[in-house]
Design a protein. Structure first.
Length: 116
């Protein structure tokens, strides 16, 4: 059974930090391109950060310089280190793993709330 399970969300104050994790099972994790997406109330889901199977990364413009995506293939886990958090970072954060359009999986999401 394929599972992507996020953890690490919570409530922090402006300027704080959080580290999200996404544990994958049932897939050859190292072969997957992985990403973090977020969706705020009333808004479309947007890309936060993306990492290829080879380790190349891409970030959304709003998080560049503040967030860092990484992966540990020995632990089948994806991470998102979020620093200098702002109220506009408040959203549900989703983990995504894909190797093809057919094999494209989402986690259940974890809430991040940043207060001013």
């Amino acid at each position: 059974q394929v599972q992507f399970v996020e953890s690490g969300g919570g409530s922090v104050q402006f300027g704080g930090s959080l580290r999200l994790s996404c544990a994958a099972s049932g897939v050859a994790f190292s072969d997957f391109a992985m990403g973090w997406y977020r969706q705020a109330p009333g808004k479309q889901r947007e890309l936060v950060a993306y990492i290829t199977s080879g380790g190349s990364t891409k970030y959304g413009d709003s998080v560049k310089g503040r967030f860092t995506i990484s992966r540990d293939n020995t632990k089948n886990t994806l991470y998102l280190q979020m620093n200098s958090l702002k109220p506009e970072d408040t959203a549900v954060y989703y983990c995504n793993g894909a190797i093809s359009p057919t094999y494209d999986y989402w986690g259940q999401g974890t809430q991040v709330t940043v207060s001013s």
